[in-house]
Design a protein around this ligand. Sequence first.
Ligand code: ASP
Length: 349
Amino acid sequence: MNAKTPSILLIYTGGTIGMIQNSETGALESFRFDKLIENVPELKRFNYKIDSYQFSTPIDSSDIEPKAWAKLVKIINDNYDKYDGFVILHGTDTMAYTASALSFMLENLSKPVILTGSQLPIGTLRTDGKENLITAIEIAAAQKADGTPVVPEVCIFFESHLLRGNRTTKINAENFNAFRSYNYPSLATAGINIKYEYDKIAPVDPSKPLIPHYTYDTNVIVLTLFPGIQENIIRNILYTPGLRAVVLKTYGAGNAPQKPSFIKLLKDAIERGIIIVNVSQCLTGTVQMRLYETGLRLLDAGVISGYDSTVECLLTKLMFLLGRYESPDEVARGMSMPLAGEFTPNSEA
Ligand code: ASP
């Protein structure tokens, strides 16, 4: 039984949650993190040890680049033994990308890493930031009777739902309820109590040491199909110098035009070592390339399944694997197995 006071490291990267209105221009600007604590005096009422770390220049999350993910990995790795959990305050716009990337870059994670943010600055009266922050901290500190963390995963907490980070997508630019995980249930729901779905939370082996990963390769692109898309444009994309992987957003259960010239373009690219991953434009459901002739052609060409992954997850997983492996076969192998609960395998892929 571990009776010690939970300790949490709060990492402020930037985003609306820590912003204040400039009285002259009316624009939202970042303010110092100590002001954030000032605006949430409730934090002092927690019986936890809460330390904070602020990015020297807070970043609007639209400006986030993978080097910020590597920085977060380093902060967490450097402080891993000192804290029971980590809460990352992050802009909502690209939070799903950061959460996905961290789920791969923090191998063998066995402590909570909870990302949250807000739609309204924490200094405003109707802010959603306070509740998000307070509940995220409570979740990061939650421990089972044996002292192990309840949620040893990278998650996003937003507006009462705790979601697996690499399953989330931002779906709303206005409402407080801005994130969804369409293909995996919530890990917890915060109402009067925080109700954890224990059987949905991934089991971990705390005896395995955390392995931080810092490398990535951003030679990836998303290609969304639409009726009328021109082959010369697809060709140009597939011949982009340095390109190593494509997330192909297809129709329905992973279907694409059957035109031989189009299929040949994909097949040629795959033969040149480019990984092409199939993901549906539908938000719910999974890729099943054996279901229709139009999917089967892609499978025959060597396109691999993204199953029910999000686009954010596929892009960051590709960057992660391409950073680790030179060989397209190794990358393809990595894409075909879940590394952090990011997709639901099915035999129909
Ligand atoms: N543009 C802001 C950001 O993503 C929006 C937000 O924080 O919600 O950093």
